[in-house]
Design a binder for this molecule. Structure first.
Ligand code: FPP
Length: 211
C-alpha cells in the first residue's frame, strides 16, 4: 500500500517486559526483541507513506525502574545507535534523538551525536527516538515537533503516558493489544489503513454536512 501523503506517526512501544515474562525469559530479552521490532517498523515506514516516525524509547518517568533494567536499556540504545547508523544512512533515514541529554551517560550522548551526524543527509524518513523525554517538559520548554497524524500504542494500555501531548492534539489514536516485540510491517500497515479509514474533522463538520 503506497500512500502519497507524508504522515507523522508516533508510537508508544509497550509490552517488551510482558512479552519476555510470558515466555519465561528475563525482561532484557524483551527489550532486545523490541529493538528488532524497531528495525522492522523503520524499514516498513517509508513504503506506507510515513515521512516522520517518532518512537517513545524511554520516558522521563522510566528512571523509576530498577537501576539494572535502566542500565540495560541505556546500553542497548547506545549499541543499537552504533550498529544501525550505517544502515540508516544507506536507506536515507535521518535520525534525531529528542528529550534530555544531561542525565544520559557520556557514551550514550556520544553515540547519539555520532548517529545524528552520520544520518544528517537522510531525506526518506525522519526518525525520532524519544529518550528521557517528557511531553509536559517539552511544552514548558517550547521544544515542539510537527503535529502527529497517527499515534499508536502497543501492549494493550490506552493512555498517552506523557508522550507528545501537544503534538497529538488532533492525532488519531490507535491502540493494539499486540506486544511491541511481536510488531512487524503488517501491524504498521494495519494501523495506517485504519487511519485512512477515519474522517479527520479538526473541529469542523463532516464533509457530507459541510455543504
Ligand atoms: C516498554 O516495554 C518498552 C520500553 C520502556 C523500552 C523501549 C525499548 C525498546 C523498544 C527496545 C530498544 C529500542 C531501541 C530504539 C534500540 P515495557 O518494558 O514497559 O513492557 P511491559 O509494560 O510489558 O513491562
Amino acid at each position: 500500500m503506497q500512500q502519497s501523503t507524508s504522515l507523522h506517526v508516533a508510537i508508544i512501544m509497550d509490552g517488551n517486559g510482558r512479552w519476555a515474562t510470558r515466555r519465561g525469559l528475563p525482561r532484557p530479552a524483551g527489550h532486545r526483541a523490541g529493538a528488532a521490532a524497531v528495525r522492522r517498523v523503520v524499514e516498513a515506514a517509508p513504503g506506507l507513506g510515513i515521512g516522520q516516525l517518532t518512537l517513545f524509547a524511554f520516558s522521563a518517568d522510566n528512571w523509576r525502574r530498577p537501576p539494572r533494567e535502566v542500565a540495560y536499556l541505556m546500553r542497548l540504545f547506545a549499541r543499537h545507535l552504533r550498529t544501525e547508523a550505517a544502515e540508516l544512512t544507506r536507506t536515507g533515514v535521518r535520525l534525531e534523538v529528542i528529550g534530555r541529554r544531561d542525565r544520559l551517560a557520556p557514551v550514550l550522548v556520544a553515540a547519539i551525536a555520532a548517529a545524528e551526524r552520520a544520518t544528517a543527509g537522510g531525506t526518506r524518513l525522519r526518525l525520532r527516538l524519544a529518550v528521557d523525554y517528557s511531553g509536559r517538559a517539552a511544552i514548558r520548554a517550547g521544544a515542539l515537533l510537527p503535529d502527529v497524524d497517527l499515534l499508536i500504542r502497543t501492549g494493550g494500555e490506552q493512555r498517552l503516558s506523557d508522550f507528545l501531548l501537544w503534538e497529538a492534539a488532533y492525532a488519531e489514536l490507535y491502540f493494539t493489544d499486540r506486544m511491541w516485540p511481536d510488531v512487524g510491517a503488517a501491524d504498521l500497515a494495519a494501523a495506517v489503513q485504519a487511519f485512512h479509514a477515519r474522517e479527520r474533522r479538526f473541529g469542523g463538520l463532516p464533509e457530507a454536512a459541510a455543504g
